[in-house]
Design a protein around this ligand. Structure first.
Ligand SMILES: NC(=O)c1ccc[n+]([C@@H]2O[C@H](COP(=O)([O-])OP(=O)(O)OC[C@H]3O[C@@H](n4cnc5c(N)ncnc54)[C@H](OP(=O)(O)O)[C@@H]3O)[C@@H](O)[C@H]2O)c1
Length: 334
């Protein structure tokens, strides 16, 4: 029997938050496989801030072409295979797109290891691109040392919550910046952060001064804008900014105001370094080994917000920008 595919196609470059008319829903039969192809049934689709960038403009990847299936990372099961490298029933991860089924040549598709007690969704969180980003940003780019102070923005989100916990595991003092009291309580009570700042209700610069009286060694930056500007003024001599993302600008109708405190990089002999998770693909095995170990020991805690149904994907993407999710945001498809 022919399976039906369901897809979201991009039909208009979004302006501001995602609007209902930016994507259209399609239902088409899955075509038969050709030699060398593999059919994947997607289980979970990862919603990432970068999806909003991919829909709008060229970045480190070309923008999704208008009319194409929206790009997205997912985890799924091989439904059928005419590819020598993949067997029916195997769990795989890759750019499966905003659709129920993906026909792949196998390029960019990786087999997910079978780890006892580990749910497939975990491979889109701490044991996937999120965990590797946090690991690389804290340890390779920020080079956090024991006893140093690290500040993390979007700290209750997917990358931020893992980055902060890695900082604690490695002996750092960690302060999180997040958008609600509930999120701040989670950081300090459950994840062991040393302090948290609700940037929506508290004066960030004054709170950074109070919580980091000797300055910031590592700024793990996920947001940019006013939060990054405030942190630059508190960098220690030799401070490092691991520039992971700038979500404050991704869906903004106009570009956020520029950085006023750049001059502190001179007087503090500090550096700011952008990075992409893909730069650390060669370290993935080492990173996942450490992350899985910490997870198994209960030293890393994770939270998910799981939205049911592929139909919800466009509206759910906006939750990354208004903060109405906890931890990793996923769509459960099957
Ligand atoms: N460099 C890389 O390779 C790489 C890889 C993955 C992710 N990233 C980046 O990492 C960052 C976090 O990604 P994620 O997937 O973990 O998302 P996430 O943190 O789970 O979700 C985004 C969070 O950002 C906060 N936020 C949104 N707009 C904001 C604003 N204007 N000001 C302050 N906070 C805002 C919201 O939390 P609040 O409730 O706290 O506002 C929201 O929950 C993003 O910048 C993303 O682009 C980079």
């Amino acid at each position: 029997m022919t399976s039906m595919n369901q897809q979201w196609r991009l039909v208009r470059r979004p302006q501001g938050t995602i609007q209902p008319g930016d994507f259209t829903w399609h239902e088409i039969p899955v075509r038969p496989l050709e030699e060398g192809e593999v059919l994947v049934r997607q289980l979970y689709l990862s919603l990432d801030p970068t999806n909003r960038v991919w829909a709008a403009t060229d970045s480190y990847l070309p923008a999704v072409a208008v009319g194409d299936v929206m790009r997205g990372v997912g985890v799924g099961r091989v439904e059928d295979s005419r590819h020598p490298g993949f067997r029916t029933g195997e769990l795989v991860q890759g750019l499966l797109g905003w659709q129920r089924f993906e026909i792949s040549s196998g390029r960019g598709l990786t087999r997910v290891p079978s780890l006892p007690g580990v749910e497939p969704a975990m491979f889109l969180h701490v044991l996937g691109h999120i965990g590797l980003t946090a690991w690389a940003g804290v340890l390779q780019v920020g080079r956090l040392q024991s006893g140093e102070t690290m500040v993390v923005t979007a700290a209750a989100g997917a990358v931020g919550s893992i980055a902060g916990q890695i900082g604690k595991i490695r002996g750092g003092r960690v302060i999180g910046v997040a958008g609600s009291d509930e999120k701040c309580d989670w950081l300090t009570r459950d994840l062991g952060f040393d302090g948290a700042i609700n940037y929506k209700t508290q004066p960030v610069r004054a709170r950074l001064q109070a919580l980091c009286p000797d300055g910031i060694d590592v700024q793990f930056e996920n947001v940019g804008g006013a939060l990054l500007d405030a942190a630059l003024a508190h960098l220690k001599i030799g401070g490092r900014v691991a520039l992971c993302g700038l979500i404050a600008g991704y869906a903004a109708a106009t570009a956020p105001p520029g950085i006023a405190n750049l001059h502190y990089l001179v007087s503090r002999r500090a550096r700011i370094e952008g990075f992409l998770v893909s730069d650390f693909a060669s370290r993935a095995r080492e990173a996942y080994g450490e992350l899985h170990g910490w997870l198994t020991e209960g030293r890393l805690k994770v939270r998910f917000t799981i939205v049911d149904g592929l139909g919800e994907a466009p509206a759910a993407l906006n939750r990354l920008f208004d903060g109405s999710h906890d931890g990793k945001l996923l769509v459960r498809i099957d």
